[in-house]
Design a protein around this ligand. Structure first.
Ligand code: FES
Length: 162
């Protein structure tokens, strides 16, 4: 609705957004706030490319409205780095070179970060469970899982256990 404004805090910064309350959070992040870490994949909550943190928990920004998200602090991929230091999850993905086209990476990184927020030392099985609905069409899952295991502090030997 014209003239409507909603305040939402993203990466620690409050923003007054002139968008309809039912606008998908993903559109607000990308179009109004120029935060392009979250990607538009399916738009249906099924691929995970748009994942952000809502109060530290993984949320699919394509499937939650501005109004629904506004009460909670939102963190995007851009907000993980602190004072020029990558989040350990980002660092692990770089070290493992866990990307091909890279389109799914936002969702992979944010989902692993969300897992670590609630479980500081997850098992490989828990990592796989957390990532089971994050899709990668390039078939880079092996590298992605290796990076996720590294981010979660699993050794190479532990990674091989199922
Ligand atoms: Fe949101 Fe696919 S774009 S889950």
């Amino acid at each position: 609705m014209a003239g409507q404004s909603t305040t939402i805090t993203v990466n620690g910064v409050p923003h007054a957004v002139a968008a309809a309350a039912d606008t998908p959070l993903l559109y607000v992040l990308r179009n109004d706030l120029a935060l392009n870490g979250p990607k538009y994949g399916c738009g249906l909550g099924e691929c995970g490319a748009c994942t952000v943190l809502l109060a530290g928990r993984a949320a699919r920004a394509c499937s939650i409205s501005l109004q629904e998200a506004a009460p909670w602090p939102v963190t995007t991929l851009e907000g993980l780095e602190q004072n020029g230091v990558l989040d350990p999850v980002q660092k692990a993905f770089v070290e493992e070179q866990a990307a091909q086209c890279g389109y799914c990476l936002n969702g992979m990184v944010m989902t692993v970060r969300a897992l670590l927020n609630v479980n500081a030392s997850p098992s490989r099985a828990q990592i796989l469970e957390a990532l089971q609905y994050n899709l990668c069409r390039c078939g880079t899952h092996v590298e992605i899982i290796r990076a996720a295991c590294r981010a979660c502090g699993l050794t190479e030997q532990e990674e091989c256990q199922t």
